[in-house]
Design a protein around this ligand. Structure first.
Ligand code: SF4
Length: 338
């Protein structure tokens, strides 16, 4: 029997936003998809060894995930993420990611680095799919189109699940058919107290949803009885309206989403506080963090900036979250009494 081509996807960066699209497309082309392990200390340390010192922790972790796939796959999938909305670009580290990995000095399987660029000439998505298919030797246009349509349908479903409040790992399981949406929703609603404190947890998906990178901030807030709102739970069209509020939008895709979400939630008085998870050494975040802080201050909403790096300790994060949520709770009681 003919062996299927194995394609490895690192469980980091764009994985948290685009995994269903990548996976379904590759599988419909006949490939076997292998995902790297959950992030752990070894993955981080391996990544640190092979990455430049001043890289942010998500990039170091990404490199570690690539190393985890060596000897398990025929290709490693590292698309060159340029633009997902036709306007903003991804941060420069995303743009250079395939080269950064390729020239790290480690012997790797061939990298699929097709350009994901919806900016400029129409047909960017089609060109991307064609390029990926060709890289693994599938040249039949009918097969390529069928795989692309199936992948786009799954990606839409995934985005709908996130909008309904599912976290990426849960939404992946629903998409794969290993969990039922209803079970997850039941779990979600039964864990909340009657009038929970609402906190916006803002930051890039690859930092927030990777429990190792973020020291489990999402779960910790849930355990503290807090209702957590992330940007994926806000309809894009509503967030986009806030692109007109700032004198100038950011150049970077995820930075805009984080900032617009913050502005939307403040404007609609939807949250008691904002927590911004930011990676040490992240250039874009130096501006996003300050913007969110100032906007929260103007709206009279408490703001906490949580900077993460490879030395972030769980104890420190827990203490800061407890202090912040206690303060939000006390404010709530005070405003009710007044
Ligand atoms: S946006 Fe910031 S955290 Fe994300 S990859 Fe770029 S530098 Fe790193």
């Amino acid at each position: 029997m003919k062996q299927r081509i194995k394609v490895g996807i690192p469980r980091a960066l764009s994985y948290y936003s685009f995994y269903p699209l990548w996976r379904v497309f590759l599988e419909k082309l006949g490939a076997e998809v292998i995902i790297s392990k959950d992030t752990n200390r070894k993955i981080l340390e391996d990544g640190i060894k092979e990455t430049v010192n001043d890289a942010c922790i998500p990039i170091k972790v990404f490199q570690g995930h690539v190393l985890d796939l060596i000897n398990k796959v025929d290709f490693i999938f590292i698309p060159r993420m340029i633009s997902a909305d036709g306007k903003a670009t991804f941060c420069p580290k995303f743009l250079g990611l395939p080269d950064m990995v390729r020239f790290s000095g480690v012997k790797l399987p061939p990298i699929i680095d097709s350009r994901y660029n919806l900016k400029g000439l129409p047909g960017g998505l089609l060109r991307f799919f064609r390029s990926v298919a060709k890289a693994i030797g599938v040249n039949n246009p009918f097969k390529q189109t069928y795989a692309a349509i199936a992948a786009l349908i799954k990606q839409k479903k995934y985005q709908r699940l996130l909008l309904e409040g599912l976290k990426p790992p849960d939404a992946f399981e629903v998409i794969n058919g290993s969990k039922k949406k209803l079970d997850l929703k039941k779990r979600k609603t039964t864990s909340c107290v009657s009038l929970p404190t609402k906190v916006a947890l803002l930051g890039y998906p690859y930092a927030i949803y990777d429990p190792f990178i973020s020291a489990g901030v999402y779960k910790r807030l849930k355990n503290l009885g807090v209702e957590v709102i992330t940007f994926e739970q806000i309809p894009l069209a509503q967030m986009r309206r806030y692109s007109k509020v700032l004198p100038q939008n950011f150049f970077w895709y995820y930075s805009n989403l984080v900032c617009w979400a913050g502005l939307y939630l403040l404007d609609h008085k939807k949250v008691d506080g904002i927590i911004h998870v930011t990676a040490f050494g992240c250039g874009p975040d130096s501006m996003v963090d300050k913007t969110l802080e100032l906007e929260a201050k103007n709206a009279g909403v408490p703001f906490l900036s949580l900077t993460i790096d490879e030395h972030t300790g769980e104890g420190g994060v827990q203490t800061r979250l407890e202090a912040f949520t206690d303060m939000l709770w006390a404010r709530r009681q005070k405003s009710r009494a007044g």
